[in-house]
Design a binder for this molecule. Structure first.
Ligand code: HEM
Length: 458
């Protein structure tokens, strides 16, 4: 039975494994526990048992859609209060989920990236212009700005005013961002709460949070209202798709309330994760200048960053994959046993959820080799990972509920990274380790880079 699973040392009566709770870096702590306790273990708090799967082979077992499915617990469940029946937080059985997924899928297909390319490139231009003018870079701030601009410009044809020649943040954007930041913090923290503390914090924070949610929805409603007023014609973006397209299966359009849920979802899900990926990528470029030089000289040398060329940046893609392997912005996801299952000899009854810790499984030395903890982008150059590979790699989740924004995020980050890399040498302002913080996503602690014009000439 699951009660026989290994657990952290120092278990207390009633309270359970409270001593092993790390509220600030929960999944990084669980990754350490995987090394100590093995590929599957439990943590029990006041009688609530969390089953953590951190070994690659076991994690792969839970990807089988016939035996396992997605379940809405953890930060996702918290975010339901905010993004309602948006794609991320909708229940799979809610008809709105299927409807929205069918309507939006063409908007996220590879072919659609051609349409967004110019909007993404305009952000890359603004970013590199900014770094040319002020070369000491607050990476966290600039990646938040760049990724929000991309989703704003490409998704909703709306400049957010966070980068470039705009005169500061557009109306309400600053307030919206502050509210969104607090909401993500809350969702992340409340997931890691010791039971009992959670409800207390809930009550204490509820007024502020309701105000933040209202701010978020107001901001998004104004984007939608402006579009409806101006008419969507000719606007080839996600918002146009959601307002104009009927579901091919039911013939129905998305209700306006659901469009609000979706826009909020894309603003949140689309920026925090991609910013985390970009920050990790920039950190390693600065920390390992030889790698940056190699990519710049062999792959980017004089290459115009057109849509076609960006799609062909193999080394950049491999580099981004290695960032996603070592530091997946979504460090894990929950899977629910559809029928009775066995993991490593332990019986998992139907209806039981387990936490699949991608962060640990993607570094499992049993499949990734003894250098699994090292950054080595060429792992992804030689072979293509296929479904049958033992090498667990699931930064985009799995199955029908996996990330719809995957191509969007890859095109965006390839383009941004290539633009930066072809123009600048980057270095850390002072030697710093990469320290990851957790608030619903795994994202680097803020650090500063210095950009100088690229000098390595091939
Ligand atoms: C779902 C990761 C970028 C929109 C997911 C899931 C993961 C993920 C792991 C599945 C979560 C689960 O099963 O519980 C990432 C990463 C990104 C990224 C690592 C960037 C590096 C984006 C972007 C967008 C987006 C740019 C939108 C513009 C979504 C949506 C879902 C989702 C809507 C829910 C899909 C559904 O349930 O139908 N993402 N994501 N993501 N992502 Fe992303």
């Amino acid at each position: 039975p699951l009660s026989a699973l290994p657990h952290p040392p120092g278990r207390l009566p009633v309270l359970g494994d409270v001593r092993s709770v790390d509220r600030r870096r929960p999944t990084q702590h669980e990754t350490e526990l995987t090394r100590e306790l093995g590929p599957i273990f439990q943590r029990e708090l006041l009688g609530n048992r969390l089953v953590v799967v951190g070994g690659a082979d076991l994690a792969r077992q839970t990807l089988d859609e016939e035996s396992w499915g997605r379940v809405l617990v953890g930060p996702l469940a918290q975010l339901r209060a905010v993004a309602g029946a948006g794609l991320f937080t909708a229940r799979t059985r809610d008809p709105l989920w299927g409807q929205a997924r069918r309507i939006l899928t063409p908007g996220f297909a590879q072919a659609a990236m051609r349409v967004y390319h110019d909007a993404m490139a305009s952000v890359a231009d603004d970013l590199t212009q900014k770094w040319t003018e002020s070369p000491v870079i607050d990476v966290h701030r600039d990646m938040t700005a760049a990724t929000l601009e991309v989703i704003g410009r490409a998704g909703f044809s709306r400049r957010m005013g966070l980068l470039g020649s705009d005169d500061g943040a557009a109306d309400g954007t600053g307030e919206f961002l502050d509210a969104l930041g607090r909401i993500l913090l809350w969702a992340g923290e409340s997931t890691n709460d010791v039971p009992m503390l959670g409800p207390i914090r809930e009550v204490l924070g509820s007024r502020r949070r309701n105000a933040d949610i209202a701010t978020g929805r107001r901001f998004v409603s104004s984007i939608i209202e402006t579009r409806v007023r101006e008419g969507a014609r000719g606007r080839n973006d996600l918002l146009g798709l959601m307002l104009e397209t009927a579901d091919p299966e039911t013939g129905e359009r998305l209700p306006l309330r659901n469009v609000t849920d979706q826009v909020l979802t894309f603003l949140a899900a689309g920026h925090e994760t991609t910013a985390a990926l970009m920050e990790v990528a920039l950190y390693y470029l600065a920390a390992e200048p030889e790698v940056a030089d190699r990519i710049a000289t062999t792959e980017l040398d004089g290459t115009a960053l057109t849509y076609e060329n960006v799609v062909r940046l193999r080394q950049i893609r491999a580099y981004l994959n290695e960032c996603l392997r070592l530091w997946p912005p979504a460090p894990g996801f929950f899977r629910l046993a559809r029928t009775d299952q066995v993991l490593d000899g332990y019986h998992v009854p139907a209806g039981r959820a387990v936490f699949v810790l991608a962060l640990a499984a993607q570094r499992d030395p049993a499949v990734w080799g003894p250098d699994a903890d090292l950054f080595r982008a060429d792992r992804f150059l030689g072979e293509r990972l296929t479904a049958s590979s033992r090498k667990f790699f699931a930064p985009w989740g799995t199955g029908p509920r996996s990330c719809i924004g995957r191509q969007f995020a890859i095109h965006e980050s390839s383009l941004l990274l290539a633009s930066v890399l072809s123009r600048f040498d980057l270095r850390l302002e002072k030697p710093t380790d990469l320290v990851m913080r957790e608030r619903a996503t795994l994202r680097p602690e803020p650090f500063t880079l210095v950009a100088s014009p690229r000098t390595t000439v091939p």
